[in-house]
Design a binder for this molecule. Structure first.
Ligand code: HEM
Length: 414
């Protein structure tokens, strides 16, 4: 609870241990205008309705990603400069950086990776079936996306576990407590200068620099090589930009899809009738994947800061104010989704905002993430498997990612 308002504080990571506070978001959506929400280093306007999330996302001139951070807490200019990557930039820097890597993520280029994704999915799924039960997160949902992004980047797979571990520490950095000492992994950088204030970022930077150096000397057909070779309008991607992009791709390519695959499995186990519909009619797979993305909403929010005075939903917003886009709420907006609290694999009209509300920062990896979810569902259908949940999901205490750390599943195939 927030002391002053008596309302659940939706920025309290611990609250998410028992799931997204949907009741509070429903109240906020029903409140005319925008709700002002307190926060430790300065409150924010909570944008909770679907249409408003889209408006903010598409108007990057007014709602900046470069001013004082895209996470809830403000950063000083030096910290922001040291940490800035694609996600924390505005045009024209954003346009230049995005153009450098966008080609690798177009639907056509992503389809080239379908066999790789399938091989990885099949290996993990068959091993899980062989065991009969286990932690779905550790055995399938976490390794699948990290192995895919590492293969695309050209990073050795034997380092996958290490990078998953680093990624877990980064998520911890969005909460109140970190289990790592500031000098973990040999870090000597002030934590405020590191993404997620985490010494694990230092380790990820070092790792990225090591592999970048290898590719500079010995180019390969992979994403790290194209990053280190990147040249745009005569400008090479500079060292800090490379390091931050490497970090972003590893984190974004891993944590989010893992969350979708974890919540997806839980939903398909808990709503057996919905999984039966997919088994009976595999043509529903793409719709089921979209519903899994809406249902899981792996990224709970992103933040913008106003560059000038503006008005949204009738609320006047001054310049330099924090505006937070709650995708978790917009994806349950009753004005847009029929029966939003129902997990419906046949949902016809599903304009979810799991990948953002449109506009220049729309998730770069959306096609890749969709491919991973689709392929896994296809292989599950082929094997006619059924999942039974054997434990409550152990959730991540974070207001930023809707993570599941562990969930025990039994698998049967017929
Ligand atoms: C289910 C999986 C995923 C979800 C739910 C997700 C969600 C998001 C969201 C909400 C944003 C911010 C959008 C905005 O501010 O408008 C974003 C941005 C981004 N995502 Fe994803 N993502 C997923 C998978 C991936 C993957 C697999 C990658 C790639 C490797 C990736 C790379 C990125 C990048 C680079 C950005 C920043 C784009 C920019 O600022 O221009 N994401 N993602």
């Amino acid at each position: 609870m927030d002391d002053k308002t008596g309302q659940p504080n939706v920025t309290d990571g611990e609250l998410y241990l028992s799931g997204i506070p949907h009741d509070r978001f429903t109240e906020m959506r029903a409140t005319p205008g925008l709700v002002w929400h307190p926060y430790s280093d300065g409150g924010f306007w909570a944008v909770t309705r679907h249409g408003d999330v889209k408006t903010v996302s598409k108007n990057a001139d007014t709602y900046s990603s470069a001013i004082r951070h895209t996470n809830l807490w403000d950063l000083e200019a030096d910290a922001l400069d040291a940490r800035r990557s694609l996600i924390d930039t505005d045009a024209p820097d954003h346009t230049r950086l995005r153009r450098l890597i966008a080609t690798s993520f177009t639907p056509k280029n992503i389809r080239r990776w379908e066999n790789t994704v399938r091989q990885i999915a099949v290996t993990l799924l068959d091993a899980f079936i062989e065991k009969g039960r286990g932690d779905w997160v550790a055995e399938v949902a976490a390794p699948l996306p990290i192995q895919v992004i590492l293969t695309m980047m050209g990073v050795p797979l034997e380092d996958a576990d290490y990078l998953v571990e680093l990624s877990n520490f980064l998520v911890e950095g969005t909460g109140e407590q970190q289990s790592l000492p500031a000098d973990a992994f040999g870090n000597t950088t002030e934590l405020g200068l590191l993404p997620f204030n985490s010494p694990a970022s230092h380790a990820l930077f070092e790792y990225g620099e090591k592999i970048g150096e290898l590719r500079r000397k010995d180019p390969q057909d992979d994403l790290v090589t194209s990053l280190v070779q990147a040249e745009e309008q005569g400008d090479r991607l500079n060292g800090v930009e490379y390091r931050n992009l490497f970090h972003l791709l590893i984190f974004a390519g891993n944590e989010t899809t893992r969350t979708a695959l974890s919540h997806g499995a839980v939903a398909l186990a808990d709503f057996g009738d919905q999984w039966q519909r997919v088994l009976d009619d595999p043509a529903l797979i793409e719709q089921a994947s979209e519903e899994i993305l809406r249902w899981s909403t792996p990224v709970l929010h992103m933040r913008r800061t106003t560059s000038k005075p503006t008005t949204l939903a009738g609320t006047e917003i001054g310049p330099g104010q924090k505006v937070v886009l709650w995708y978790a709420s917009a994806n349950r907006d009753e004005d847009v989704f029929t029966a939003p609290t129902k997990f419906d694999v046949g949902r016809q009209d599903n304009p979810h905002v799991a990948f953002g509300g449109g506009g220049p920062h729309t998730c770069l990896g959306a096609f890749l993430a969709r491919l991973e979810v689709n392929v896994l569902l296809e292989e599950m259908v082929k094997r006619n498997i059924r999942l039974t949940r054997m434990s409550d999901p152990r959730r991540t205490p974070s207001n930023f990612v809707h993570g599941i750390l562990e969930v025990e599943m039994k698998v049967e195939h017929r």
